[in-house]
Design a protein around this ligand. Sequence first.
Ligand code: SAM
Length: 184
Amino acid sequence: MSWFQVRPTNSIALLRKWAKPTMSIVDVGAGTSTLVDNLLVEGWRDVSLLDVSAEALDRDRARLGDTTGRLSFIEADICSWHPSRTYDVWHDRAVFHFLVEPDSRDHYVALAADTVNPGGLMVLTVFAPEGPTTCSGLPTARFSASELAALFEVAFSCEDSGVEEHVTPFDTSQSFTWIVLRRK
Ligand SMILES: C[S@@+](CC[C@H](N)C(=O)[O-])C[C@H]1O[C@@H](n2cnc3c(N)ncnc32)[C@H](O)[C@@H]1O
């Protein structure tokens, strides 16, 4: 959890365009992103934050305070998570690219396929082909939109995709690929 995006502009825009606040959403690897703050302001009522870091979730709890049951906090590793329910929207910004082994990516795709309701959405943002090869000291994988679409095509069809330049808190620029996938 060495960084998070202060204002997740692109994710907010994509969710405004493709989803609705009446939908349920899980933010995979939410960290201390303020995406959830924006979702709550926009009226989302069923938001789950998942992260392997208990510290990140504690900070989210402390920052967000009483949200009258609109939020769930899930401390889990996405590689071994067993969801107890399904969701309309799966959001992942800057987590999937940590899965450098094909087996762990295949597991992620199968998990997402089981966890996103038919007709639901996945909004995925990962390092682009020219993006960094490491992040927070960990190796990363990099993807074009067509590579992502192919990886997920067994269960998802591509609705939209693009690139995003992200300026980190350390004033470096990172290229991201984003994609909106719909569960078949
Ligand atoms: C680079 S940060 C991105 C945080 C947030 N999504 C954002 O865009 O600001 C990656 C986050 O994913 C979490 N993470 C990394 N690997 C994970 C895993 N295997 N399962 C769950 N969370 C993970 C980290 O703890 C961290 O909070």
